[in-house]
Each structure stands twice: as C-alpha cells, then as structure tokens.
Design a protein around this ligand. Structure first.
Ligand code: ADP
Ligand code: MG
Length: 142
C-alpha cells in the first residue's frame, strides 16, 4: 500500500476519510507514531469517513481506553498509551473487539504485539518539518 503526505491537520482528516473507503470495514488497524504525530487526528478522519461521528466528536481515548462509534458500533478506538503492563492491556478484552463486525483503531498497539491479531493493518505516521506528515499504510496478511 502507498505512502501518503499531508501538510495540515485537515489534510490528515481528509486522508482518514479516503482510507475509510478503502480499508476493510472489519479490521484491526494499528496507528503507530510518536506523541503528537497525528494518530488521533487520522482516527477522526476514519470515523468521519465511515459516517459514524463527526471529527469533533472524536477525542483521544487516553484515559477512557476505548471509545465506540455507531450503534451498533462500527468503530472502536483504543489507546494503550497509559497501560504499562501486558496484563493490564490483556484485561481490556481486545480479542472480543477483534471478533466483532467493526473496525478497531488502536493507538500504541505496537507496545503489546502479543495482543495484536496477526492479520492487521499498520499505519505509521512520521512527523516531518512543521506540519508535514508522512503516512505509510501496510496490510499484513497471514
Ligand atoms: P497523536 O494521537 O499521534 O498523539 P494527535 O492527532 O492527537 O496526535 O495530535 C496531532 C497534533 O499535530 C494536533 O495538534 C494537530 O493539530 C497537529 N498537526 C499538525 N500538522 C498535522 C498533520 N499534517 N496531520 C495531523 N496532525 C497535525
Ligand atoms: Mg492520540
């Protein structure tokens, strides 16, 4: 899959909308990148593109750990940043989410690779100069 470039928050949201149309509706999608890279911003675009919430309704699940959008949920948005140990993350029951007919967006999932499904999509966001971001989408099949 290709590598994209954005130059503003708005462009990253627009890219998320485009990816929402191209990615499988049911998938584990790891959003990988440093703090402030734009993982939550891209999630806003994907949620918007799937038509389940407006970007301003999407906030970081840093403290709440899991947000869901749609009824029944079409998107789960997970943030594992605050969790230190795999045991804590394991108790979230992510496997149950992966079994659902929904897209599961996961920030900091790469910290707990053993909890991630082998078939997944990895989106890496690299911050460049200023507002520039390089966004690489990779589908990992088994
Ligand atoms: P993360 O979830 O990776 O920690 P956020 O999406 O919460 O990051 O925050 C990204 C920050 O970077 C926001 O303040 C956003 O306005 C800013 N930003 C600047 N340029 C971009 C861009 N091209 N794409 C996404 N966010 C950008
Ligand atoms: Mg975030």
């Amino acid at each position: 899959m290709p590598t994209f470039h954005t130059a503003s928050e708005e462009e990253t949201i627009a890219l998320g909308e485009k990816l929402a149309r191209e990615l499988p509706a049911r998938a584990a999608v790891l959003l990988i990148g440093n703090l402030g890279a734009g993982k939550t911003t891209l999630a806003k675009g994907i949620v918007k593109g799937l038509g389940v919430a407006a970007p301003e309704e999407v906030s970081s699940p840093t403290f709440t750990l899991i947000h869901e959008y749609g009824a029944p949920p079409k998107v789960y948005h997970v943030d594992l940043y605050r969790l230190d140990r795999a045991g804590e993350a394991a108790r979230l029951g992510l496997d149950e989410l992966f079994d659902r007919d929904a897209m599961v967006l996961i920030e900091w999932g790469e910290r707990f690779p053993e909890l991630m499904p082998p078939a997944r999509i990895e989106i890496r966001i690299h911050a460049g100069e200023g507002d520039h971001r390089e966004i690489e989408v990779r589908c990992i099949t088994i």
